[in-house]
Structure formats: structure tokens, C-alpha cells
Design a protein around this ligand. Structure first.
Ligand code: TXA
Ligand code: MG
Length: 318
């Protein structure tokens, strides 16, 4: 053990075996991925899935993403199509989740999919989660490792902060590289982005060679991640702010307020990928420092900026 948390473990061969054992026996574990940390459980096991919903306080109608090592291991659970084949080839393993029709013979427990006829699948890229998925002979149901409506965790200590001693086993994999959740795309009919991420609309359109829809405005909620109150840091968040109020934490992009107290830059050199990666980390830093409110300046609405705006808009619905 290299840290002072009795339930956070540094990854090595022994911890890999221990993780597999816990998951095999229907336990749950906090696990790193390249996007955010997940709360993983055996997707075949009803009792694992129940534990996940319970720990998160997640409504039963909100389905989980099923994580696989590769396409071969996912095939028996899904009905593939051409768009999926193209996107898989281009982006997987990586930070993208596909909604597909579920295969009738799939052994994934139906409560993981909220009893829907569809299934959300993802092939994460992070090396630690890949070695776990490779060794386990079952896929992992794995939502982000936070209490329902909270901000997703991007470090093992963030996961600890969410569940304390209620979660017995967390694998440390350092800071999540991407820092926001995967892009979710519905491929059951005309492709539609349900949750924007760092694999953005333009990149997807380039591969599929078609224009795709994004959810904006009044579309019926089919992905509960689209619910308004979500990604909340637990204090009020005001977006598109121009004027500092003199007491809140102020988040911006760039270096205009360098070294100025209460000002937090998401990226000093205007890099939107870096800004996305720092967003939840900065939210948690601000919360820990005891600020009562967050102001965020306007974030450019293009590329990854669309995903950042999606998260901060939802965080502002506190
Ligand atoms: O980056 C990620 O995707 C992380 C890491 C841990 O892999 N996971 C994650 O899971 O963000 P979660 O449960 O926090 O978000 C999954 C989203 C939710 O918005 C859920 O409603 C949606 O995917 N979803 C799952 N199954 C679905 C389905 N069959 N149809 C539509 N949306 C679905
Ligand atoms: Mg989540």
C-alpha cells in the first residue's frame, strides 16, 4: 500500500487477481478508465447490478453501459449494423458508447439495461481496465463511480469521496486522461448523439459520411444522462458569466487572470481537450476549498466545447 486509504489499491498482478475475484463473486469495484472512474460489476450477475444501483442511488430506469475487451466478446449480446462497424473500426477501444439492439440470447442481466430492448456498449482504452476485461470471462456493467447526479470522479480519491467506506475496493490508475464521460451515440436508427464527448459530431460524420442529429431542445428523454439535473458539484453553478461577483470561484479558459485568487483556468493555452480533462477536477478542488458558488465564463461552442457546455449547462441546473 502506498497511500493512506485502506480501500484504494495500486494496480499490479496481485491486485488484478484480487479484482477478478471480487467481480466474479458479485462484488463491485471502483475502476479507472480513460474517461472517468467507473463502478464496475459482473454484467451477468443480478446481485452485482443491484449493488451498483444501490450504491449510486441510481433510478432503476437508468440503464448501465456494458464494457467489453473487444468486439468478439460483445457479439453475442448485440445486433451490429454498418454504422457500428465503421465507428468501432475507427474509434475502438476508445471513449465512445454505442446504443444497439440487444441480442435476444444475451445473458446480460436485464436490469442492467433497465429492461430495454437496447444495450449500451463500450470498449474502454485505459490499460488497467483492459487487462481486467481481458482476464475476466464476463463483461462489466459500469456507470461512472459517483452518487447519482454528482460529478463523475477522475481520480481514485474522488471515488473514495463519493462512497467512503461503503465501497471496499478501489483500483488506483492515476488521473483519468480524458476527464469527461464517453460520447453516447444511438445507432438503433438514424445515428443520434445522446451525450456529446471528445469524439465529437464532426469526427463521427466524417467516418459515417452522413449528417447526424444532436439532441438539442425538446427531444424526449430516452437517455437518462440527458436528465436536466446531473453532473452537479453540489453548489450553484452560473454559466456564461462576464462579471466576477467578488466572492465565488470563477472558472475560465486562458491565462487572463493568471495567479489571481479565486480564478481557475481550465486550460492556459486555450486547449479544449485539456479544458474538458480539467473540468471535473477543478469542480472538486473548488468544492473542497469551501466556495459557495461557481461562476463560469463563456466556453466556445465548437468541437469538444460542445461536450463541455453540455456538462456545465447540466451542472447549472442545481
Ligand atoms: O465514460 C463513460 O461512459 C463512463 C465510464 C465509466 O465508462 N461511464 C458512464 O456511465 O458515464 P453512466 O452510467 O454514468 O452513463 C451512461 C449513460 C447514461 O446517460 C445512460 O442513461 C445511457 O448511458 N444509457 C445506457 N444505456 C442506454 C440505452 N439502452 N439507451 C439510451 N441510453 C442509455
Ligand atoms: Mg454518470
Amino acid at each position: 500500500m502506498e497511500n493512506s486509504y485502506s480501500n484504494i489499491f495500486t494496480f499490479n498482478k496481485k491486485i488484478l487477481s484480487k479484482t477478478i475475484n471480487i467481480l466474479k463473486n458479485s462484488g463491485v469495484a471502483g475502476l479507472p478508465t480513460e474517461t472517468v472512474y467507473g463502478l464496475g460489476g459482473n454484467a451477468y450477475s443480478k446481485s452485482s447490478i443491484k449493488k451498483i444501483y444501490k450504491l449510486k442511488g441510481r433510478p432503476k430506469m437508468n440503464p448501465l453501459i456494458i464494457h467489453y475487451y473487444d468486439l468478439k466478446s460483445a457479439k453475442k449480446d448485440i445486433i451490429t449494423n454498418k454504422n457500428f462497424d465503421k465507428l468501432y473500426k475507427k474509434f475502438c477501444p476508445g471513449p465512445i458508447t454505442f446504443i444497439l439492439k440487444r441480442n435476444r440470447n444475451s445473458k446480460i442481466h436485464s436490469i442492467a439495461c433497465a429492461k430495454l430492448k437496447t444495450i449500451a456498449i463500450r470498449f474502454p482504452k485505459n490499460k488497467i481496465i483492459r487487462s481486467i476485461l481481458k482476464k475476466a470471462n464476463f463483461p462489466l456493467a459500469m456507470p461512472s463511480a459517483n452518487k447519482s447526479t454528482n460529478v463523475s470522479p477522475v481520480s481514485s480519491i474522488d471515488v473514495f469521496e463519493e462512497f467512503n467506506k461503503k465501497l471496499k475496493f478501489i483500483v488506483d490508475g492515476g488521473k483519468s486522461k480524458i476527464g469527461i464521460e464517453s460520447t453516447v451515440i444511438d445507432l438503433t436508427a438514424n445515428p443520434k448523439i445522446l451525450r456529446p464527448g471528445i469524439i465529437d459530431k464532426k469526427k463521427i460524420e466524417k467516418v459515417l459520411k452522413i449528417k447526424i442529429q444532436t439532441n438539442k431542445g425538446k427531444i424526449k428523454i430516452i437517455s437518462p444522462g440527458m436528465m436536466k439535473k446531473h453532473y452537479s458539484p453540489g453548489i450553484p453553478v452560473l454559466i456564461n458569466q462576464k462579471k466576477y461577483d467578488g466572492k465565488s470561484a470563477f472558472i475560465y479558459i486562458g491565462n487572463k487572470y493568471k495567479n489571481k485568487k479565486n480564478f481557475f483556468s481550465l486550460s492556459k493555452n486555450f486547449n479544449l481537450n485539456a479544458a474538458a480533462s480539467n473540468l471535473y477536477k477543478v469542480f472538486r478542488i473548488i468544492k473542497r476549498k469551501g466556495y459557495k458558488k461557481i461562476q463560469i465564463s463563456k466556453i466556445p461552442y465548437s468541437g469538444v466545447g460542445i461536450a463541455i457546455n453540455d456538462r456545465i449547462e447540466k451542472a447549472s441546473n442545481f
